[in-house]
Ligand binder design. Structure first.
Ligand code: CIR
Length: 304
């Protein structure tokens, strides 16, 4: 079972450059990003998470880092170990510094600490980092994006992708094997998806959401071949396969945030949640402008 979520880390604010300069390797949308709407969607996302768990805001990094809201790519935390990544895109590599700084400060200070962002952003709050007992980092020549790491609590499935290489997966395996969590590579480099979590995400300890697409089916087959026993909720829209479940102790669900504007997928997710007796925990958010930046729901936070 995954550890209960105690804190969420997000980026304080979206830079103007997000609208013009964020990386869009995959998204083929021709409509430009509406910056005001993108900001509103990011803020609503953070406010939604804040209803359920304390939120710590990383400092605003300015226009030099158009993709910095996608904090998921900078770290993964599994079995008490925080692993600072080395993002595959050069333009994003230094985003990790603020995450590493945040975690070092927090874990050094101990249990519950106060965060102060460089910009003094209102709303920054305290976070509980007690579940982290050590920090390490991916080193060159490894490259790894957190968006490629699907952590279920029992396994870490890692997309071997355009951003994440075998050297990093080997480092991850060396770091997590002693903690008893298998790291399993899922090759996706030859596909149209950016990250593994574009097509698969965790709904509950035993249940994954996967898209009904070539890539989604491929990932599902790879996971099923391992006899890991996961159940799958299949959604027709690729973007809807990325959901953000916030769970407390005993896998109790606080909320599951899903994409709005994908009615067939919403129907499938709601049916699955109804069957679990958890439909009242579903929250739909419209992230149209985040999707244009190749982002989805999990990318803008790290749950610890
Ligand atoms: C990028 O290409 O790096 C960003 N525009 C999108 C990153 C999305 N991150 C994620 O899914 N974890």
């Amino acid at each position: 079972m995954a550890a209960p979520v105690r804190t969420a880390i997000v980026r304080a604010r979206m830079p103007d450059s997000y609208a013009t300069s964020c990386l869009t390797d995959v998204n083929l949308a021709t409509a430009p990003i509406d910056l005001a709407l993108a900001r509103a969607q990011h803020q609503k996302y953070v406010a939604t998470i804040r209803r359920f768990v304390p939120v710590v805001e990383l400092p605003f990094l300015g226009d030099e880092y158009p993709d910095a809201i996608f904090v998921e790519d900078t770290v993964l935390v599994a079995k008490g170990l925080a692993i600072i990544t080395r993002p595959g895109a050069d333009s994003r590599r230094r985003e990790v510094e603020s995450m590493a700084e945040c975690l070092k400060v927090k874990t050094a200070k101990g249990a519950t600490t106060t965060t102060t962002t460089a910009t003094g952003v209102a709303g920054a709050t305290t976070g509980d980092f007690t579940s982290i007992d050590a920090i390490t980092a991916i080193e060159a020549p490894g490259t790894l994006d957190g968006g490629d790491c699907c952590l279920t609590g029992r396994h870490v499935f890692v997309g071997l992708s355009k951003r994440t290489n075998q050297a990093a997966i080997d480092q991850l395996d060396n770091a997590l094997r002693p903690r008893g969590i298998p790291v399993i590579a899922v090759p996706i480099a030859d596909t149209h998806i950016l990250h593994l979590k574009c097509v698969v995400s965790v709904l509950a300890a035993d249940t994954l959401v996967v898209s009904d697409s070539v890539e989604g089916r491929m990932v599902r087959e790879r996971i099923e071949a391992l006899n890991t026993g996961y159940k799958f909720v299949v959604v027709p829209d690729v973007v809807a396969a990325n959901v953000l479940a916030i769970r407390g102790s005993g896998d109790a669900l606080a909320a599951v945030i899903v994409q709005d504007r994908y009615p067939e997928s919403q129907k499938a997710l709601r049916a699955a949640m109804r069957a679990r007796g958890e439909e009242d925990k579903v929250i739909e958010l419209d992230l149209s402008e985040i999707i244009k930046g190749d982002g989805a729901l999990t990318c803008m936070s790290v749950l610890i």
